[in-house]
Design a protein around this ligand. Sequence first.
Ligand code: CU
Length: 288
Amino acid sequence: MKMSKGQIGRRLLGFAVAAGALAISPMASAELGQPAPWEFKLQGAATPVMEDITWFHNWLLAIITVITLFVLSLLITVIVKFNARSNPTPSRTTHNTLIEVAWTLIPVLILVGIAVPSFRLLFLQLDLPKADLTIKATGKQWYWTYAYPDNGKFEFDSLLACDESRTKCDAPRLLQVDNQIVVPVDKVVRVQTIGADVIHSFAVPAFGIKIDAIPGRLNETWFKATKTGVYYGQCSELCGKDHAYMPIAVKVVTDQEFATWVEAAKKKFASAKTDTFAQAEGGARPAE
Ligand SMILES: [Cu+2]
């Protein structure tokens, strides 16, 4: 099929408009806390830390876009204006103080503009505020065990809930678990992680957290979910053959729902093991 120049132009314009619309649309179909088809941006933020991460990401994107366009324009200028044909007798200039000062100072200012918000974000992530609730997450081959040492001292295993064929449920693929972590909304939750066998990593994109769960070492991070809902994450450290099958699901509920859940969970998980970190499990999955 032959297209006229006008048709090609219109088609290109159509692509450009579609790409632009895609870039600025907040992925209207995307549900908070889980990936969406064709998503290419960060997941929507559900915590102040993730809001900061998203802001910082966009800030860096703006900076690198400006730098890239500037360098591109310099390259094009050089190619067009200073080739042998259009500029047969080149200038013999070797120094220009103003330009040399500028190309030293401007990058320094750009780096300061990156460093200041970067350190602010780093402190926000690493400086744990006073926690309202602590959860211990133990990574195992290949599931998570969660303990609530503050609220009734119970713990439970959390395993992939839907099978690969997806005949059993309509939750997002490979993300649903049988026992979700439940936390209250607008409360500071401290997450302590440790590995029972190999290194795992506890990551929930919407919360902006990703922390290694290392055998013999207790790591900690925190989040404060500001919206109720279910937020999904995955183990993010290659930890063996079922690495892809140990998702994380955090259900954020109101204070009252949380209190009700704690009471129910205490009974439900009463018979469960009591000290996650003392036991060394050999990597066997519990009987399902
Ligand atoms: Cu893992």
